[in-house]
Design a protein around this ligand. Structure first.
Ligand SMILES: [Ca+2]
Ligand SMILES: [Ca+2]
Length: 350
């Protein structure tokens, strides 16, 4: 894969690219008999903090990270004409054993608009889209309806857009968007100092381990993408009404949300985590390595030592099913801000 680090391709990856980021397999249930050795029982939420984040304890354990589904198997469930969509998923292979050696806590929800506002007001942090004066990206109906436009789904950068306004209405309980990787890290650092605990972004391995929650299937709902309707906020028929050129790629049904949804509106996974599939992409702490899985350490991998782009995971309200799989890897520069990208934090145990 050629890394596109200019920003307007952050969603070329998100759309034409989302299809790129949409790397999947369709090979039916794999026989990963002993994929996990963890107990996938949801722990009760742990006490909240100054911003109202609630966490659940994720037990240490092992899992098989990644995917090596072939284009043949993927095509059966995710039919696209462009074979490149499947070739672009090569960075999910090889599947490899990963061990998470210590329990940790993960936020049950994506960081919300209200929580991010409370952080900004208490800390004085100026979000990057405002600090650099270039703004963010946002929904513009005329822009989105342009069927001849093949790249971005959103307008920007533009100072009219920021975490406060992605071009569509959000309540305080919606996931914050248009936040950069550095904005997310700033919030984690501020909370760490405030609470006397270590808050941070999850590693890519922690994120996938938490998403799978003991399962080896493509989604928490199994392998069939049709089962996602009503189980996650993805690119459904209501969203497709705003981007008619991608109607074919949308879920066949409706999930009730054309844009972001309040966090926690869909069923949690076995660890008690909400919206691991969809709503917003979630930044991880790792640099991206296209061939990283071939040399990644088994215990608590943290990604390559250096890189150009960071990994984000899980898909968003604007994502096609192929790209919302637990194994799918997407990337952006640290400065990227976009209406599809947010984050969730982990908290280390004392
Ligand atoms: Ca939706
Ligand atoms: Ca999410």
């Amino acid at each position: 894969m050629t890394l596109r680090t200019v920003e307007n391709l952050q969603d070329a990856k998100a759309k034409s690219g989302e299809a790129r980021r949409n790397r999947w397999w369709a090979d039916g249930p794999w026989t990963l008999a002993s994929v996990l050795f963890l107990s996938a029982c949801a722990a009760p939420p742990t006490p909240s903090d100054a911003l109202g984040l609630t966490f659940t304890r994720i037990p240490a354990g092992e899992f098989i990270m990644g995917s090596d589904e072939t284009a043949h198997t993927l095509r059966a469930d995710f039919p696209f004409d462009d074979p490149k969509r499947y070739a672009d998923l090569a960075d999910e292979a090889p599947r490899h054993r990963v061990r998470i050696t210590r329990d940790f806590e993960m936020a049950r929800h994506e960081v919300t608009v209200g929580q991010f506002r409370a952080f900004v007001q208490a800390s004085g942090h100026v979000p990057e889209s405002i600090a650099d004066g270039t703004g963010g990206f946002g929904y513009n109906a005329a822009f989105a309806q342009d069927v001849n436009r093949t790249g971005d789904a959103f307008e920007g950068r533009d100072p009219q857009y920021s975490w406060q306004w992605p071009g569509f209405v959000q309540g305080d309980d919606h996931p914050v968007t248009n936040v950069t990787w550095r904005d997310a890290v700033a919030m984690a650092r501020w909370l760490s100092a405030r609470e006397g605990r270590t808050y941070r972004l999850p590693t890519e391995a922690e994120w996938e381990y938490a998403c799978r929650a003991g399962q080896s299937t493509r989604f928490q709902t199994g392998d069939d993408p049709r089962a996602l309707t009503g189980a996650a906020n993805l690119f459904d028929q209501d969203a497709a009404a705003h981007w008619p050129k991608w109607k074919q790629e949308a879920l066949a049904g409706r999930d009730g949300f054309a844009f972001t949804a309040p966090v926690g509106r869909f069923a949690p996974n076995a660890f008690g985590l909400f919206d691991m599939h969809g709503n917003v992409w979630e930044w991880t702490s790792d640099w991206y390595g296209e061939d990283w899985y071939a040399r990644s350490p088994t215990d608590d991998p943290q990604g390559p030592a250096t890189g150009d782009v960071r990994v984000r995971r899980g898909g968003s309200w604007h994502t096609w099913p192929l790209y919302a799989r637990c194994a799918y890897r997407n990337i952006n520069t640290e400065a990227t801000r976009y209406p599809l990208v947010g984050f969730r934090l982990v908290r280390e145990l004392r």
